[in-house]
Design a protein around this ligand. Sequence first.
Ligand SMILES: C[S@@+](CC[C@H](N)C(=O)[O-])C[C@H]1O[C@@H](n2cnc3c(N)ncnc32)[C@H](O)[C@@H]1O
Length: 290
Amino acid sequence: MINASENTHGSTPHQHHDAATRGYYDTGDVDAFYDAVWGGEDIHIGIYAKDDEPIADASHRTVERAADKAADLLGPHATVLDLGSGYGGSSRALAARFGCHVVALDLSEEHNRRHRAANARRGLDGLIEVTTGSLNDLPYEDERFDVAWSLEVLCHVADREGALREAVRVLKPGGALVFSDIMAAEEAPAEAVRPAFSRLGVETPATPTFYLERLCELGLDALDFEDRTPDIATHYARLDEEVHRRAAELRNVISPAYVDELLANLPLWADIAGRGLLRWGVFHARRPAA
Ligand SMILES: C[S@@+](CC[C@H](N)C(=O)[O-])C[C@H]1O[C@@H](n2cnc3c(N)ncnc32)[C@H](O)[C@@H]1O
């Protein structure tokens, strides 16, 4: 019997959406773009010390700044859940800096394969376990993790509230939730931002208020949003400039049609970011101690 929440192929709406996201990331072109332009380690917005800084350096700074927020909970005794871990840049940085254990979860088999290989090359595979799965259905028992961490993943998720509920469920009392996301400004007209976000497979982006309200409803304490919105404009301007400057070279590793798509799409992101229609920053909240 097909459940009312299942489609005719027997998958739930979450599973259907997850399959589309997996399809996006497992495409060779998308992977090659993230590898060549972002640096193959992190795939998130950077925090820039200067406007012309390498994207990979700024992206690594984001990990360090986000990690500072939960540093008091991290050490060899602690376990972090890295939600939507991508190539594993965060997982490795956390394991190397704190000696903590990391459980990394991502939908994309291709990202997980690259993630495991990089962990082994760096001698961090003993500290990091990489699993295939979805934010909306975490295969972990309640109250297992000291820190739940997620950089630039919720922008892909249709049920963000459900994903946050799952993240809080698996946090220990006193544990920290740290995440960043690409959001729309509260006052941004939907039609101005939709063309950019539709490429990520979502209808509507979140806003900072949406997250702060959900975190409050989930009973979290010490809510904090470090608003770094100017960095998202710098980041997309850097990506746009990099792809235009390296277009000929990129056509050797990415299909020319995809490079053309990037050349058309990135200015769209750079434009809405430059016009103040996007928001970006790092959220930090704590589950109340028992
Ligand atoms: C922009 S990348 C960010 C990767 C990583 N967090 C980082 O900062 O480098 C988004 C990642 O989220 C994963 N993802 C998207 N939706 C997901 C979901 N529902 N469950 C698990 N992973 C998801 C994608 O496969 C991709 O690896």
